[in-house]
Write a protein that binds this ligand. Structure first.
Ligand code: GLY
Ligand code: MN
Ligand code: MN
Length: 443
């Protein structure tokens, strides 16, 4: 059964929690822009994640204002008005009446009234919370209203004296997933897992990477997902050493490792899974050694994902396992502490071991609380654990490190799972996709 969408009461609770943090401030959030694919054809609309988190409203051309100090209207929406002729072309709009009824706004206006109506929701705020984003026109609108209110300040004795980014107040909320959010994340992970399993059973020498991609993305839509959460990476052989490889147009050869990094979006929540497996059913000795090292790094890293641990601990663990393994293989040489400190492993492992996961694939929320201190993991956090080892055909060792012998070159491995921090440790949400060598070879 499909998980329930987030209830209006939960959106209201999120706004209340944020408003308690705004104090006497007012916050402004804008919907995402529409984007042109070519000429007059647009990409499918994708709502801004902050806006969606607070409203659940999925239309463009909208602005939400939170004004906790206002006596009558604390949640205000500006939206596209009903227009039956336009709706014939671009689809249903809730309109001004619809959003007060369905989205809990205290009052709604047409977006065309923004200029006139916005100032009353800022005038008595002590600051405006607004993220200066890519829409320079709207940035200018907010700044212009702020300037006008500041010009009136000496006579009024009140007004927003500061413009402040709201992310440090909002994103800690997004970092801890509610039960309803977790159902959606689980569904995104379930569909993403099924797609990986289907792709693995379909892959064989002679097919092209895009045909594997088609199997994956077919499953995403067939199972009710919105589609890929990010461009699917299907990378055979040394293509796996290109981190964001998306051409997906190479023919699979027997003996290739095939790396697939793909996940689907479900109601805007995302899965993000990577697996690598041998196309012909058997790892070469070098592929197997590198794969098992990456797997060991991933398992040990996952064991570090538990409440109370600093965010970087699982990354540090993965780096240490990889460095010690590469030293044993003679692919690195010297003192492990120095290799780690001077990042001499980076020609093999150049990215971090994970990221927050949620409404954005690289989800909102700080990784550090100050220059020295990492965020502490807490129950309800969802993150990826994704170490990799990439031995590009033209890998350049770090200074003083050995040249990489030919037989290792062209092997690229990443293993990525989505992990929920629980009260007692963690739960791997994507455990349904095999990653043990024995399971990958027994095909
Ligand atoms: N697929 C994007 C990532 O793994 O971060
Ligand atoms: Mn990832
Ligand atoms: Mn990924």
């Amino acid at each position: 059964m499909s998980p329930a969408p987030i209830a209006p009461a939960e959106y209201r609770q999120r706004r209340e929690t944020l408003m308690a943090r705004l104090g006497q401030g007012s916050a402004i959030f804008q919907s995402a822009p529409t984007a042109v694919m070519h000429n007059d054809v647009e990409y499918v609309f994708r709502q801004d994640s902050d806006f969606y988190y607070l409203t659940g409203f999925n239309e463009p051309e909208a602005v939400a204002v939170l004004a906790p100090w206002h006596e009558e209207h604390r949640f205000i929406l500006f939206v596209q008005p009903k227009d039956l002729e336009k709706e014939t072309w671009t689809g249903f709009r809730y309109g001004v009446e619809g959003v007060t009824e369905h989205f809990g706004a205290d009052i709604a206006y047409s977006i065309t009234e923004l200029e006139e109506k916005l100032p009353q929701y800022l005038a008595k705020a002590d600051r405006i919370y607004y993220h200066l984003g890519r829409d320079h026109h709207f940035n200018d609108t907010v700044i212009r209203h702020w300037q006008k209110l500041m010009a009136a300040y000496p006579r009024q004795g009140t007004g927003p004296r500061a413009l402040e980014n709201p992310h440090h107040l909002l994103h800690p909320l997004r970092q801890v997933k509610s039960a309803a959010e977790l159902s959606l994340v689980r569904e995104a992970c379930r569909i993403s897992s099924e797609a990986h399993n289907r792709a693995r059973s379909f892959a064989r020498p002679g097919l092209y990477e895009y045909q594997i991609q088609a199997e994956i993305e077919h499953t995403f839509r067939l199972q009710g997902g919105m589609g890929p959460a990010y461009p699917s990476i299907v990378a055979a052989g040394s293509n796996a050493c290109v981190l964001h490889y998306v051409n997906n147009n190479t023919q699979l050869q027997a003996g290739d490792l095939l790396l697939i990094d793909a996940g689907c979006a479900y109601d805007y929540y995302n899965g993000d899974i990577t697996r690598a497996f041998p196309v012909g059913g058997r790892f070469t000795p070098e592929q197997k050694i590198i794969y098992e090292l990456a797997l060991e790094a991933q398992k040990q890293a996952i064991a570090e994902v538990k409440p109370g641990n600093p965010y970087n601990q699982f990354h540090d663990r993965a780096v240490r396992v990889i460095v010690e393994g590469l030293l044993d293989l003679g692919l690195l040489a010297g003192d492990p502490e120095e290799i780690i400190k001077e990042e001499k492993y980076k020609p093999f492992y150049m990215h971090r071991t994970g990221h927050w996961l949620g409404l954005d694939v690289h989800d909102a929320g700080a990784y550090k609380v100050d220059e020295e201190t990492w965020q502490t993991l807490q129950p309800g956090n969802v993150l990826t654990v994704e170490p990799g080892i990439y031995i590009s055909p033209d890998i350049k060792p770090a200074e003083g490190q050995p040249e990489v012998p030919t037989q290792w070159r062209g092997v690229g491995v990443r293993i990525e799972d989505d992990v929920l921090v629980t009260e007692t440790g963690n739960e791997v949400l994507t455990a349904g996709v095999p990653k043990e060598v024995a399971d990958l070879e027994s095909l």
